[in-house]
Design a protein around this ligand. Structure first.
Ligand code: AMP
Ligand code: MG
Length: 350
């Protein structure tokens, strides 16, 4: 069924007024896309199974891939969860509101559809005034995955949401571009040693400084064939534009040589090739289309531009995207690498 998707703009002089109508839609069981600091989310009342079903339908998301529930206070988190460990409180105090999602034991009140039938629930407090007000005014915790069609790059502007979901959801709040650009770090607080299930802007090192040892509970490759992975989202194709993405990892010099070789090869065979490059390498190569993700010296810029770059090159109808993986793979680079590896059909190490 085609919906008439309403688009709300924020009036600085009536901030609360401009969010109230969207909050009303949430209260009636509707779906509203809204900005967070990470990416745009597609929100609905996390405790209303029918509303949450509409999120899965709009995105085409597999039913066993659970959603992150967004809250505006620690108390709201406590209403959804049980037996919160001390270390989880330490992380909340240090990083909330912010791009860190905690996996905690769920209460019965959280419906199965929200958690994909798991006995745990993912919770986070977003660091965005619009998101927090939407939760506060609606009075509901918001289940909200990224507001893109399942499998596509996550949306970092309202236009990206419109491209994917216009006619499939009730409303979009346009709050401009997001700040971070990649999804939250996810950490499982229910295991003996807390395990990072998805890397993000908050790095493992930062977390370990607060709570000691953590484990790595993710792999960058996509597990199509695994029945029970620890975080159900791990086994699905992600962030994939229509073009075929090929990621080249290695030292700067070797990556440039390989990129040039592949570029020549694909073009000689008549393919349109898009380049997703770091600023440092922009002078060495020219493809049919180019998107610069920023300087390697500012990994936050790479995170901020990555998804927009994949979407940009797709719009230019390239057949192949050659991605420059010569940036540092530590800190935020770990998270950028994780998203690129998942988007890539082929990973070449040189
Ligand atoms: P998204 O909302 O699209 O950014 O994806 C949320 C991510 O969190 C997915 O990778 C989910 O599999 C993961 N996730 C959500 N809830 C849980 C949970 N209870 N246990 C483990 N992983 C979860
Ligand atoms: Mg997503």
């Amino acid at each position: 069924m085609k919906l008439r998707t309403r688009i709300f703009h924020i009036d600085k002089n009536d901030f609360i007024g401009s969010i109230s109508e969207a909050a009303g839609i949430i209260k009636e069981g509707g779906t509203v896309a809204f900005p967070t600091e990470t990416v745009y989310g597609l929100g609905a009342d996390a405790l209303d199974p029918v509303a949450v079903r509409a999120i899965f339908d709009a995105k085409g998301r597999p039913a066993d891939n659970p959603l992150i529930v967004h809250v505006a206070s620690k108390e709201q988190c406590e209403e959804l969860t049980e037996n919160i460990p001390e270390k989880a409180y330490i992380l909340m105090d240090r990083f909330w509101p912010g791009p860190l999602t905690l996996i905690l034991q769920r209460r019965e009140t959280v419906p199965d559809i929200t958690t994909g039938g798991l006995d745990t629930v993912a919770v986070r407090m977003p660091d965005n005034k619009i998101a927090l007000e939407l939760i506060r005014i609606s009075g509901r915790p918001l289940a909200a995955p990224s507001a893109n069609l399942s499998g596509k790059p996550s949306p970092t502007t309202a236009d990206h949401v419109i491209e994917d979901l216009c006619g499939r959801i009730d409303a979009i709040i346009d709050g401009g571009a997001v700040r971070v650009g990649i999804e939250s770090t996810v950490i499982d607080m229910t295991s003996e040693v807390p395990a990072i299930l998805r890397p993000g802007m908050i790095s493992g090192d930062e977390i370990e400084r607060e709570i000691g040892e953590t484990a790595t509970g993710y792999e960058d490759i996509v597990h199509h064939d695994i029945e029970k992975v620890r975080s159900p989202g791990m086994k699905y194709v992600h962030y994939s534009p229509d073009a075929t993405v090929i990621l080249i990892e290695g030292s700067n010099e070797m990556v440039v040589i390989k990129l040039r070789e592949m570029l020549d090869d694909f073009r000689s065979r008549g393919a349109r090739v898009g380049l997703l490059l770091t600023d440092e390498n922009s002078g060495y190569l020219s493809g049919d289309e180019l998107f610069l993700v920023g300087s390697k010296e500012r990994p936050g810029d790479l995170a901020f531009n990555l998804f927009a770059g994949l979407r940009y090159l797709d719009k230019k109808k390239v057949d192949i995207i050659l991605a420059d993986g010569s940036f540092s793979h530590s800190g935020v680079g770990t998270a950028v690498l994780n998203r690129l590896r998942k988007a890539a059909e082929t990973i070449i190490k040189v």
